[in-house]
Design a protein around this ligand. Structure first.
Ligand code: OAD
Length: 231
């Protein structure tokens, strides 16, 4: 069992080169959709059809997308390190890229659940759901994703992993959505911290970070070479 732990915090940017849109970049998802309408409990109450349509489309797109070099590179790191991926992404490209230890902070597109009982979850792959599709308790099925204003149950295991990291890597997230963005504050002092992003995420203590200011595909390749040099 490798003894060093690498923790990766990823966001929509890592899946951009697989053809999935980010949220806040030019042309991103939040330009075409109103967050309140498609990603909040109020939106679900007001117009569930619209929410189902939004996630059905994203589920279909994600099912067609393929993991890119960044997802695959992180999976290869498992040969030499204990790697934990904490992702805000609802796609399954980390898993399909080969990563075996993935924490989904904001849920998973492939899964749906009862709107009444959050433990009644089922995997529907790339399929669509509609009003009238029911869980085993007779309640309407909803996407198994975290909406704004909802709890983020996976934050606790994620905090624990970050606090145990020997190397921390952040890829493709603007770091503006909490509690995910606050995770980096739980890292031990003086561990190597790397960020891969062509933009300027909202980094706290930016001087502690080595920034690969480029896309995930090339950035991950360079970073892995650097980390492996030190083995
Ligand atoms: P954002 O859209 O906020 O940020 C995407 C980040 O990816 C930006 O920092 C971009 O510069 C960067 N980026 C763009 N292309 C890239 C590429 N090819 N390689 C690497 N980086 C690239 O997405 P997130 O930070 O993931 O939550 O958004 C966080 C949360 O806000 C999402 O999980 C979602 C959203 O609302 C919910 O829906 C609950």
């Amino acid at each position: 069992m490798p003894d060093k732990k690498i923790v990766v915090i990823s966001g929509a940017g890592i899946s951009a080169e697989s053809g999935l849109a980010t949220f806040r970049d030019y042309g991103g998802l939040w330009e075409g959709y109103d967050i309140e309408e498609v990603a909040s409990p109020q939106g679900w109450e007001d117009n569930p059809d619209k929410i189902l349509e939004f996630y059905n489309l994203r589920r279909k797109q994600a099912a067609k997308a393929k993991p890119n070099e960044a997802h695959k590179g992180l999976a290869d790191l498992e040969d030499d390190f204990d790697v934990v991926i904490i992702t805000q992404n609802v796609d399954d490209l980390h898993e399909r890229g080969g990563s075996t230890n993935v924490i989904h902070l904001h849920g998973e597109l492939r899964k749906v659940r009862s709107e009444k009982d959050e433990t009644l979850i089922k995997d529907i792959g790339g399929k669509a759901i509609k009003l009238g599709d029911l869980a085993s308790d007779g309640a309407q099925l909803r996407p198994h994703v975290v909406w704004f204003g909802e709890m983020v149950p996976m934050i606790e295991p994620a905090v624990k992993e970050v606090s145990e990291a020997d190397i921390l890597i952040v890829i493709g997230t603007s770091l503006v959505v909490y509690p995910a963005a606050g995770l980096i504050e739980y890292a031990k002092e003086n561990i190597p911290k790397y960020i891969i992003d062509p933009g300027e995420p909202q980094l706290f203590n930016a001087d502690e970070w080595f920034h690969y200011k480029e896309k995930a595909g090339t950035g991950v390749k360079k970073l892995i070479e650097k980390i492996k040099e030190k083995l």
